[in-house]
Every structure is written in structure tokens, then in C-alpha cells.
Design a protein around this ligand. Structure first.
Ligand code: NOJ
Length: 505
């Protein structure tokens, strides 16, 4: 009886919010990749085992005496169990990142044989089960030694070290890995880590909201962003010259892509939206596709925006085989002063942007609603403004309070709506080639530690064994991936069957 009423609850919620017409997995192109994602610091744990040295993320999480990724999901030891879960779920691809300081404990130089072995074993395990690895090279975790030595991403020396690290990865894993993302969500990485102080290494100008030990919010995001583009281009160039012929893979760059839409149909809000797109999307996309920053950023920032030499511009232009999109939220944009969703700092990226982002519906950084048309808007914008580049949606998902329920119906509803949006975009001509749910499993979260999570598998973080249990979303994704869930007919029979095993935590 309990399951029966739960079934109807899901049915009602899902059909009430259903956003698109009928679809099943089979309507996507045959080679479209469905997967799920994690990152090294958030999943692996084992931070001081087998030769790994600290990254800036270890330092950052420990300095705020809050949760940390010391053990996380213990993926380092439990990777085989997790691959088994992926197989059961029917995942075609698993996105994970390589911990730079596990592979090269000094940031450069000698390889750590145990770190190397771990990634070789993980990749083999995936391959043996027909799961395609999608590897991110940089996910917030610079070796602390490089931060200490020269300031990490703020120094152009990073280009050489990042390229040498990528060289090791291509050489050692490139036979088996065909999809590489160089830098994870570079736009928000530059803003959050070097402007707002809310991600490692935690830099910002002095302000009343957050106490950063160092930083300059009006210059550092642009310098770090510039070095990310140059480092990416150098890695991509290396791949083309030395590996692509043999390995035949692709190297892409990823940005955090907000959905952006004018708040009213006034000309002012339309112009404000164009400006927000220039700062939040074109900032990095325009150099990658056309070789230079948007004019409006050059005019606004003057000498604070680094300049590409002719040679650099040529190297950056066309350096991304695909664009990786990290997408979660959509905002209305207005020119009218409104309380900012980001702290109103005296200086920094959002002050430079100079227009206002308004949340849609119930919004906080730990909870948000599905606005699937926002993603369609991003994909359409990329198609029209950037010659329809190949795209992978590398992250999309919904945070929920961690210890809530295994019946994560709002997450099912969210993922379903966004997959529908991707299908619509493909039907409208977008060259989107893959979609990854963030996250495959509950993780140590970037902003929220263990209080909220995105996983399709629950992890009991109080249990030393880090027991995993499937949530409703895992079951839904399984059904969708094996074609037994038809979204239009709300065919939840399979799901209902699975529900018998579900309980509240
Ligand atoms: C962005 C980041 O790539 C990831 O590390 C983070 O946990 C999720 N999105 C959710 O905030």
C-alpha cells in the first residue's frame, strides 16, 4: 500500500511538471553518450595514502575547519564496487578526474607508481565492463607545492607544468581514454576561486563577507582565466602533435554555463542579457572559437584583461575539439539594480559585469528548481554564435539535503526534464553528443561538504564502510537507459517494481 501511494505521488508530480513530449533513450542518436560524473577529491579519499601529496583543495577545506575530502566516498578503495554499480545502472560513460598530486606528487617530475597503478586499474575496470572513461585533467586540485612555489594558476609557469602533467596522462592512459577535458568549469573556477574566495585556493579582495588570506578580485579572475586558456591550448596542441594521430581522441575545455534570459521585454533588459552572456559565456568561448576576448569585456576591463599575442591567439583559436558544458541554473537578467544573488562586493567579476541576475522560483545555492528551457537557450546560443560546436553536457543535476530520503523524486523530475531539453536541442540541430548526471554517487560537495548532495547513490558517510544504496534516481536512470522508461507514457512500471526495495533513511 505504501509503495502504491508513493507510485501515484511520483506519477502526479512528474506528469504535472513534465516539460517535453514523449521521448525514450532510443530517440537519441546511437552514439550519444549517457553517463554520470565525479571528481578525484570529491570521490577518492585516501588523501595521504600511497604517495599522494596535498592539493590546494585539501588545504582549503582544512583551513575552514569544516568537512573535508580526507575519506569522501573512499572511491580509491571501493572503485570496483562503484564500477559494478555503474554497470547495473547501464552507464555508457563515467566522468572522473585525475588527481595531479597523486600522479605527480611534486607537481612535476617523477611519477608516483602507485598513483599510476590506481588510474590504470580504474580505467581497465571501466573498459572491461564497456564503460567509456571521460577524464578531466584539472578539477580544483592543484598540487599545493605548485601553489606555494609560484602561485599556481596566477603564474604563466602553470602552462608548462600543466602541459607536462597532461603529457604523462596522454602517454600512460591515452590508449584507453578517448575523451579528455582539460579544465573543469573554467569560468566559475576563475570567479569562485580568485574573485569570490569560495573555492580553492580561496582568493578575494578584502570584503565584509568572506575572509580571504590573499587576493585581488578585480584582476585575479582574469589572469587565472587567461592562463587556463593558454594552458588548455598548449595541452591541446601537444595532443594534436604527439598523440592524436595514434590515439584518435578529443580534447575539450569546459565552462560553467548559466542559462540567461531577459527579465522583461524591455530593450534595456535585452542589452543587459547580451552583456551577461558576454561576461559569463563569451569570455572563454570567444577566444576558444575566434581567438580573442569579447569587445565589451576589453572596453570595460581595460588593462585588467590580459591580452593574447598574435601567436597565442592562433593557438587558442580552434583548440577545443568540443565544448564541455556544466549547467545547473538559469537566471533572469536585468539592468535595474536588484539584490545580487552573489555578495555585493565593491570590486570583482559581478561588479564589472554590471547587470543583475535574478533567481527564478525558489533558489538558493543548495536548492534550485528545474528550468530546462534555460539549457535549451544555452545550446541554441552556442549553435548560433559559435558555428554549432560539438558539445558534451558534463554536469547537470539537483542538490538535495543529504540525509533526506532515498525517494529523491524531485531529482528524477529534474533530470528527466533536462534530458528532454537536450533532446529538443538535438532535434533543433545542436551537435550535443553526451549528457552526464552530476553526480553518480553522493560526494564531498564543493560548497556544501556533506550537507547536501547530488548523487544517484546514497553514501552513508557516518559508516566507516561508506555503504552505498540506490536512490530512486538511480532506478529511474537505469530504466531510462535500458529503454524501459518512456517519459511520455509515464511508464513507471519498472520503477514501481524497484520501489519495493526503497525506504526512508
Ligand atoms: C561543479 C563542480 O564541477 C563540482 O565539483 C561540484 O561539486 C558541482 N558542480 C556541484 O556544485
Amino acid at each position: 500500500m505504501k509503495n502504491f501511494s508513493l507510485y501515484f505521488k511520483i506519477l502526479v508530480i512528474v506528469s504535472a511538471t513534465s516539460y517535453i513530449d514523449a521521448f525514450t533513450r532510443n530517440e537519441f542518436p546511437d552514439d550519444f553518450l549517457f553517463g554520470a560524473a565525479t571528481s578525484a577529491y570529491q570521490w577518492e579519499g585516501a588523501v595521504d595514502e600511497d604517495g599522494r601529496t596535498p592539493s590546494v583543495w585539501d588545504t582549503y577545506s582544512h583551513s575552514y575547519s569544516r568537512d573535508n575530502g580526507d575519506i569522501a566516498c573512499d572511491g580509491y578503495h571501493k572503485y570496483k564496487e562503484d564500477v559494478k554499480l555503474m554497470v547495473e545502472m547501464g552507464l555508457q560513460s563515467f566522468r572522473f578526474s585525475i588527481s595531479w598530486s597523486r600522479l605527480l606528487p611534486n607537481g612535476r617530475g617523477p611519477i608516483n607508481p602507485k598513483g599510476l597503478l590506481f588510474y590504470k586499474k580504474l580505467i581497465k575496470e571501466l573498459q572491461n565492463h564497456g564503460i567509456e572513461p571521460h577524464v578531466t585533467l584539472y578539477h580544483y586540485d592543484l598540487p599545493q607545492s605548485l601553489e606555494d612555489e609560484y602561485g599556481g594558476w596566477l603564474n604563466r609557469k602553470i602552462i608548462e607544468d600543466f602541459t607536462a602533467f597532461a603529457d604523462v596522462c596522454f602517454r600512460e592512459f591515452g590508449e584507453d581514454v578517448k575523451l579528455w577535458t582539460t579544465v573543469n568549469e573554467a569560468t566559475i573556477f576563475a570567479i569562485a576561486s580568485y574573485g569570490e574566495g569560495i573555492a580553492p585556493p580561496g582568493h578575494c579582495s578584502p570584503n565584509i563577507f568572506i575572509n580571504c588570506s590573499t587576493g585581488n578580485s578585480s584582476t585575479e579572475p582574469y589572469i587565472a582565466g587567461h592562463n587556463m586558456l593558454l594552458a588548455h591550448a598548449s595541452v591541446s596542441n601537444l595532443y594534436k602533435l604527439k598523440y592524436k594521430g595514434k590515439q584518435r581522441g578529443s580534447v575539450g575545455f569546459s565552462i560553467f554555463a548559466f542559462g540567461l534570459s531577459p527579465n522583461t521585454n524591455s530593450t534595456d533588459d535585452e542589452i543587459a542579457t547580451q552583456r551577461a552572456k558576454a561576461f559569463l559565456l563569451d569570455w572563454m568561448l570567444k577566444p576558444l572559437v575566434f581567438g580573442d576576448y569579447p569587445d565589451v569585456m576589453k572596453r570595460t576591463l581595460g588593462s585588467r584583461l590580459p591580452v593574447f599575442s598574435e601567436e597565442e591567439s592562433e593557438q587558442v583559436k580552434g583548440s577545443s575539439d568540443f565544448i564541455g558544458i556544466i549547467h545547473y541554473i538559469t537566471f533572469y537578467v536585468t539592468s535595474q539594480p536588484a539584490p545580487s544573488i552573489f555578495p555585493n562586493m565593491k570590486e570583482g567579476f559581478f561588479t564589472d559585469m554590471g547587470v543583475y541576475l535574478l533567481p527564478i522560483g525558489n533558489f538558493s545555492f543548495s536548492e534550485w528548481e528545474a528550468i530546462p528551457w534555460g539549457l535549451e537557450g544555452v545550446l541554441e546560443y552556442l549553435k548560433q554564435s559559435y558555428n554549432n560546436p560539438p558539445i558534451y553536457i558534463l554536469e547537470n543535476g539537483k542538490p538535495m539535503k543529504h540525509d533526506s530520503m532515498l525517494q529523491d523524486t524531485p531529482r528524477v523530475e529534474y533530470i528527466q526534464a533536462y534530458i528532454g531539453a537536450v533532446l529538443n536541442a538535438i532535434k533543433n540541430g545542436s551537435d550535443t553528443r553526451g549528457y552526464f548526471v552530476w553526480s553518480m554517487i553522493d560526494l564531498y560537495e564543493l560548497m556544501a561538504g556533506y550537507t547536501t548532495s547530488f548523487g544517484m547513490y546514497y553514501v552513508n558517510f557516518s559508516d566507516p564502510g561508506r555503504k552505498r544504496s540506490p536512490k530512486l534516481s538511480a532506478s529511474w536512470y537505469t530504466g531510462f537507459l535500458n529503454g524501459t522508461i518512456d517519459v511520455a507514457s509515464q511508464d513507471y512500471i519498472q520503477l514501481q517494481r524497484n520501489l519495493s526495495g526503497y525506504s526512508s533513511l
